[in-house]
Structure formats: structure tokens, C-alpha cells
Write a protein that binds this ligand. Sequence first.
Ligand SMILES: Cc1cc2nc3c(=O)[nH]c(=O)nc-3n(C[C@H](O)[C@H](O)[C@H](O)COP(=O)(O)OP(=O)(O)OC[C@H]3O[C@@H](n4cnc5c(N)ncnc54)[C@H](O)[C@@H]3O)c2cc1C
Length: 413
Amino acid sequence: MMGADSPSPERLRSRCCIVGGGPAGMMLGFLLARAGIELVVLEKHADFLRDFRGDTLHPSTLESMSELGLLEELLKRPHQKVSKVRARIGGEDILLGEMSYLRTRCRFMALMPQWDFLDFLAQQGRRYPTFHLRMQAEVTGLIEENGRIVGIRGSTPAGPVEVRADLVVGADGRNSVVRACSGLPVQEVGTPMDVMWMRLSKRAEDPDLFVSSDRTKALVLLDRGSYWQCGLPFPKGTAAELRAKGIEALRGNIASLAPFLRDRVGELRDWDDVKLLTVRVDRLRQWYRPGLVCIGDAAHAMSPVGGVGINLAIQDAVAAANVLAGPLLESAVGVGHLARIQRRREFPTRFTQSMQSLIRRQIAGGLGSAGPPKQLPWPVRLLERTTLPRRARTRFIGVGIRPEHVKTPDVNK
Ligand SMILES: Cc1cc2nc3c(=O)[nH]c(=O)nc-3n(C[C@H](O)[C@H](O)[C@H](O)COP(=O)(O)OP(=O)(O)OC[C@H]3O[C@@H](n4cnc5c(N)ncnc54)[C@H](O)[C@@H]3O)c2cc1C
């Protein structure tokens, strides 16, 4: 990447400019740098340290890390292994996922703080001289010439910046600025919920539940070693109403869903201990324009159900790198290459969003409805006695649809 003479704005040139240092952007950046392509990743935050970003690395992501020869190194970072995903739904104990069914190298999900994972990718990326990561670089607009996107405008603490590139990749998540500036048409899928996240301490004797639901309320429980990361979905637009009922009502909800937490719900002192995350589900009808492609949540915002969003973002990055590495090296990226990425990844996205919606209805069908807890419908209970739904869910959660394999080369080898 070359600096230019004009001090303001700072002008840079690169083969590829990736907007957003989340799972999609960092993985794509690493893969392209590994293939010898000059690129810059622009991330608006100063670090990766944000709490309650999804922290689930599924077998499909671990498989990609294994294909890259980085699995052992990655797993040296602190993580918890989850191989059975258990739920209590409408009084029924259900095994949502049993990773031993899978044929992947890792038959478990690794719960690793997302900042550790992103930091790991940054560290691996820096082994390649063509990898440039600019933190605190917030993209505010696109540069368009003759109907083609040729770069981005942004701001850094040092002042404005412009990056010109053969290709801009929007990997800036569900509130993507790139997507908004591109004018690409969005299809809202809609989701009737948001989520409150909080931490409660964990004890050795606690059950290893992942979800507890009475089908009018649900609690997601992620084992983070010394604490539970708890997620309480609630009907969209009712946060103010819930707050008005007071923190005591929230503590009561948690205790009724997971009675083993009753003795520590007091750790939630007030609403400052509760983080509200809004959920949005949508997808672009077209993921690209000449000079621009979106991947990850920027192309398709995912709901937290099944915790599969990160993995879908990683799979998008692997697929995009497989398609783009050759043409980027030759400065020959055409719309046909970008269309190929959408063709490859659109079906997994649609299918995953539909499955998320189905699972949400099964687990918390009457979310927010008044009245007594609801049992699972009898056909579902009957089906649960067979391994069929368990195997299907395990594959969906662990591997997803149309898993991608790393095909890009490593210039260091
Ligand atoms: C409440 C909730 C819980 C979730 N829990 C899970 C879970 O447990 N497991 C899971 O797999 N998925 C989970 N998901 C989904 C998951 O978070 C996303 O699908 C996944 O993070 C998408 O990755 P991404 O890289 O596309 O986008 P993101 O992770 O959103 O990353 C985008 C990056 O771009 C940066 N950025 C944004 N705008 C700009 C800009 N203008 N300029 C520069 N940088 C910018 C952001 O700071 C961020 O680092 C959850 C989603 C929600 C809403």
C-alpha cells in the first residue's frame, strides 16, 4: 500500500479494501494476504474488545482453521469445549445437538471470546507483508466513478482518509454503512425479538444447559468457564416496558427459567449490568455492484438463534477468498466473480435464516405471551424420541449448509 503526497485527506491505494474487522472481514483479510494480495482492513473501533459479540466457534470454523494448519495454535487460547447442546423446553429435556455425530475434525464447539479469535486472525495476518489492518478507521462513504465503486472515504483520529482499491468488500456487519451507501436492495426478513445479555457466576455443580424455555420465555446459557453468559430474548419493542417492571422482575424471570441461578440473580444489581442487543434479520437481494461486494452480516444480518452467524460469516469469507484470490492478483475482478460469490452463499443464507426462524418458534413460540408455560406440541415430542431431529439440528448448528473448504494458496510455502 502506498501513501500519497497530499497530507489531507490521507490517500491510500490497495488491491482490496475490506471494511469491518469482524469475523468476515478479518478472515477474508487473512486469507487474501496469505495468497499474496495487497489489502487493507479498516475497523472503526480501537480494539476487538467488545462484550457479548457472538463467541461460538462451531466445528465448521474449526475445520477451516484446521485446513489452514492453525487449529492447534488457535486452541491454545482460552476456550470452553461444548459437545452436547442441551435444552429444557416446555418441561422436556432435549438434546439440541450432539457433536459426536459429526465427521469434522473437531466434534465440539469452542466458546472463545470473539476478541481472542479476531486478535488471533490479526496476528496470523501480520505474518504476511501485504496484510494491513487500520484500527480506528471508520468508513463513512463510497467513492464512485462511472458507475463503479473505486474506493471508500473514512475518518481516523489523524483526519480523513481515502482508500482506492480494485475491490471494496463490505464486511461491516448488520448496520453496514457500505451497504447503506451502495444502494443495494435489502429484503427485510423481520424478527419479533431483541435480546438482553448479562453475566451470572457459574458453579461446578450447575447443569450444562444451553437453553431453558417454557415457550413463553427462554434463556440462553453460554458456559464461559467462571460465569454464565445469559441471553434473554424478549418481544421487539418492549424493552422500556420490561425495564419499567424493575430489575426484580428480570431476576424473577431468570430464576423461573433456570432455578439453579435463583441464589445469584442478585448479582444483577441494576440495569447497568444488563446489555440490550437489538436483533435484525434481513438479506441483500443483490450482494454486489461493479467494484463492490458485501459478505457476512453486511449481506445478511443473522439472528442469534443457534449461534451460527459468526460461522456463516467465516464461510462467506472462505468462499469469497476462493473466488477472488486469482482475479485480484491479476487485477481482473469482474462482476461475474462477485455474482459467483452470491450464487455460492445465497442458498446457505436463506436456508439458515429459515431454520433459525423455525427453531425460534419451537423453542420460544409464544415469546412474551401471557399465561402459563406451554408444552412442546405432541408431534415434536414424539419426534424427539428419535435421533432424526437431533442429527439434523447438529449438522445445521455444527457445520451448516454447503460447508466451504480453503482453496487459496499460502505464499509463505
Ligand atoms: C444479540 C446477538 C447475539 C449473537 N450471538 C451470536 C453467537 O453467539 N454466535 C454466533 O455465531 N453469532 C451470533 N450472533 C450473530 C453474529 O454476531 C453475526 O452474525 C456475526 O458477528 C457477523 O460477522 P460479521 O463479521 O459479518 O459482522 P460483525 O461481527 O458485526 O463485524 C463487523 C465489524 O465491522 C466494524 N464496522 C462497522 N461499521 C464500520 C465502519 N463504518 N467502518 C469500519 N468498521 C466498521 C464493526 O466494528 C465490527 O467489528 C449474534 C447476533 C446478535 C444480534
